[in-house]
Design a protein around this ligand. Structure first.
Ligand code: NAI
Length: 695
């Protein structure tokens, strides 16, 4: 059953029952409509209570119906709300925990609403590039006022029920601890004979000088919405609640909703929403795979990454011990952690007390015996196989049986690292991104022998520390950095051929990237890539690449940390200033190569950078390094500043059309780019079949 029907005296109780959050899928809607009609037919029933089983009143639309015709199959949510609102007997919504989106819209169709405090009330559709499409934009302003409704619809942010207690949204918010159902049934009994029944649609929105308010909202939302059309559409539809009669407003809402559904921005946002949920599912790992308990953690290496990684555990309330080789390095690492927390307190994002609690969870040591009992240890020492070997042999010798041994390596072969131990099944890669306490992405690197329970534990841990875990197989650079290498290769080739860093950055930032490749490299440190290129030059000497970045590093321009990189920097200022010196160096290098510099259009810059990502992404997918195309999209959306409104590189490629993309890849192939543009076999195959990357 997806809605239960029970009777208490003369009150019918309809309990939405569709775990986990009573999403209003077709079966639930059908059951709810049938239940209301049954109550209406039964002369012994005087009033109806609608509530939700488990941990929500209702979370709204059932995401399993996304992009499926079921969402539009009768009874639609509109129909259900109509049936409730037109019911001849009073209908009371009894709200607890969560009433969001369509769930809240259903409550707005009821004649009365009662709630427990602490319930999250929201119309979050804007986050999927949509607007509340079942009357929310028209009914909400009639209850909470134009301003509050507009804020809720445009931001999508939840508001606690007790904060709305003074509005007409709730007829009563009961004290905490009240038996909601009993109180709602009692309330329903009291209003059973009240006529006419109050309907939200019969109310007026009262707002003096609404024209001025709406015009000002339009301007401020326009300024903040960036490339997304939904926030402004939200303003227009909420405005219609005051400028149009109710039925016209509803029609307008429907029309704008359908318009937004078809926009590429909303499609990209819905793709990302689904992709995030898909990422934690591993086809060959049953959902009931046991997970190991993580009550204590350790981190080896208290440098840039180690400190940030340790903070993740402290933030989640898990004690963590940092291990270093020298007291000085340990002290520095612990001091950086303290400084980071103090900065957060200064910004008002954390109380001093909470910061102290978290700092107290981080201990330091120089002795492996102090970390032996940890449930997980994450190695974050220098990126050097010899150093990793020494550390993993040591960990194998001291760690308790069943401890997870993780490496934060960004490029090294995890299977070789695992082979340094006698327990390769316990070894996994946990590739955090810098700054590790901030960046959401966590690449979970599954070695050949990594145990399924270890993988399941890593995925569960990623949720606990509020990261987005994406599983990657073993290869040089894993998903994200392996693709990035192709992107950067093109960026450097473009310099040789006629572009300058500021032009490349501006073009790709206009496409929507948070930061262009050169500003990003200056932030991350150019020496990191230099070091990796030197290693690869030995391992794979046949790979063609531009030497411009090496020339930069030979001049000591490592980026922001040395006050100079692709750009010039002023002390205490992160702003990038184009560098005459670097630009001269680039032009001279073209000359030395015998290349005639040409004006490169921005469209070519964007194509070469983005298609290079896609082509490598397709190879990664084909090799099984990524489990699905949407995982690649999540890596780029959450770790590399790829624009959300384009849905990630693989989704974007599908929106361009694979045949067109392949044609461009072929056009760029050859010449000095070597094998860089060799089309991925999967790209060729899918383009020929007229399919996307998802089959
Ligand atoms: P780092 O140089 O800032 O820190 C390394 C720390 O490890 C130093 O404090 C050093 O004293 C310590 N250390 C060295 N050998 C040790 C040993 N045998 N036992 C204990 N401690 C030892 O390096 P960073 O940037 O934190 O990188 C660490 C690892 O994280 C590398 O594998 C790197 O590839 C990876 N990584 C780095 C990222 C970055 O943006 N910096 C991003 C993602 C991964």
């Amino acid at each position: 059953m997806s809605a239960d029907y029970t009777v208490q005296g003369s009150v019918a109780v309809i309990t939405l029952n569709n775990p986990p959050v009573n999403g209003l899928g077709l079966e639930t809607r059908t059951a709810a409509v049938n239940a209301v009609q049954q109550a209406e037919r039964d002369a012994a029933i005087k009033a109806i209570v609608i509530t939700g089983a488990g941990k929500a009143f209702s979370g709204g639309a059932d995401i399993r119906e996304f992009n499926s015709p079921k969402a539009l199959t009768e009874p639609t949510l509109h129909t259900l709300i109509r049936v409730v609102e037109d019911c001849s007997k009073p209908v009371v919504a009894a709200i607890h925990s969560v009433a969001m989106g369509g769930g809240l819209e259903l409550a707005l169709g009821c004649h009365f609403r009662v709630a427990l405090p602490g319930a999250q009330i929201a119309l979050p559709e804007v986050k999927l590039g949509l607007l509340p499409g079942a009357g929310g934009t028209q009914r909400m302003p009639r209850l909470v006022g134009l301003e509050m409704a507009l804020n809720m619809v445009v931001s999508g942010a939840p508001v606690l029920s007790e904060k709305l207690a003074g509005t007409k949204l709730f007829d009563q918010v009961f004290p905490a601890g009240t038996d909601l159902l009993a109180a709602a049934v009692e309330f329903a009994g009291k209003v059973a004979d009240l006529r006419p029944l109050p309907k939200v649609r019969d109310r007026e929105v009262d707002y003096p000088n609404h024209e001025g308010f709406i015009a000002a909202s339009r301007e401020s939302v326009k300024a903040l919405a960036g490339p997304f059309p939904a926030p402004l559409e939200c303003v227009e539809t909420v405005a219609a609640s005051i400028t149009m009669p109710f039925e016209d407003g509803l029609k307008f809402e429907r029309e704008r909703f359908l318009h937004l559904m078809a926009t590429p921005e909303s499609k990209a946002q819905r793709h990302a929403f689904m992709a995030e949920r898909a990422a934690s599912k591993v086809p060959d790992m049953p959902s009931d795979t046991p997970v190991r308990s993580i009550a204590g953690a350790a981190v080896v290496g208290a440098g840039t990454m180690g400190g940030g990684i340790a903070m993740n555990f402290a933030n989640a309330g898990i004690p963590v011990t940092l291990l270093e080789t020298r007291q000085e390095a340990l002290d520095k690492g612990l001091a950086t952690i303290r400084k980071n927390y103090e900065n957060t307190v200064r910004k008002g994002k954390l109380t001093q007390e909470k910061a102290e609690q978290r700092i107290a969870l981080v201990k330091g040591t120089l002795d492996y015996a102090d970390i032996a009992q940890a449930d997980i240890v994450i190695e974050a020492v220098f990126e050097d196989m010899g150093v990793k070997e020494a550390v993993f042999k040591q960990l194998d010798a001291v760690m308790k049986p069943g401890a997870i041994l993780a490496s934060n390596t960004s490029t090294l072969d995890l299977d070789r690292i695992a082979a340094f131990t006698n327990r390769p099944q316990d070894v996994i890669g946990l590739h955090f991104f810098s700054p590790a306490n901030v960046m959401k992405l966590l690449e979970i690197v599954r070695g050949k022998q990594t145990g399924k329970d270890v993988l399941a534990t890593a995925l569960a841990l990623s949720k606990k520390i509020k990261k987005l875990g994406v599983v990657s197989g073993v290869c040089d650079g894993f998903i994200g950095n392996r693709m990035l290498e192709q992107y950067l290769r093109q960026a450097y080739f473009l310099l040789d051929e006629g572009a300058l860093p500021e032009q490349v950055d501006a073009a790709i930032e206009k496409f929507g990237f948070a930061m262009g490749p050169f500003r990003m490299s200056d932030l991350a440190g150019n020496d990191v890539g230099w070091y990796i290129r030197k290693r690869r030059a030995v391992e794979s000497p046949h790979i063609a690449y531009s030497k411009s970045a090496d020339l930069l590093c030979e001049g000591g321009r490592f980026g922001q940390k040395t006050g100079a990189g692709w750009y010039d920097y002023k002390a205490g200022d992160r702003k990038a200033y184009p560098s005459a010196l670097v630009n001269d160096m680039i032009v001279r290098h073209s000359h030395d190569l015998g290349l005639k510099r040409r004006a490169i259009p921005d469209s070519e810059i964007v194509e070469r950078l983005v298609y290079a990502l896609v082509n490598e992404g397709a190879k990664i997918l084909e090799e099984g390094i990524a489990m699905r195309a949407s995982d690649i999209d999540m890596v780029y959306l959450s770790g590399y500043g790829f624009p959300l409104h384009r849905g990630g590189p693989m989704f974007y490629a599908e929106s361009v059309g694979l045949p067109k993309l392949l044609e461009a890849v072929r056009k760029y192939a050859g010449g000095r780019h070597g094998e860089a543009w060799k089309p991925a076999a999967l790209l060729e195959r899918r383009a020929a079949e007229g399919k996307g990357f998802n089959g």
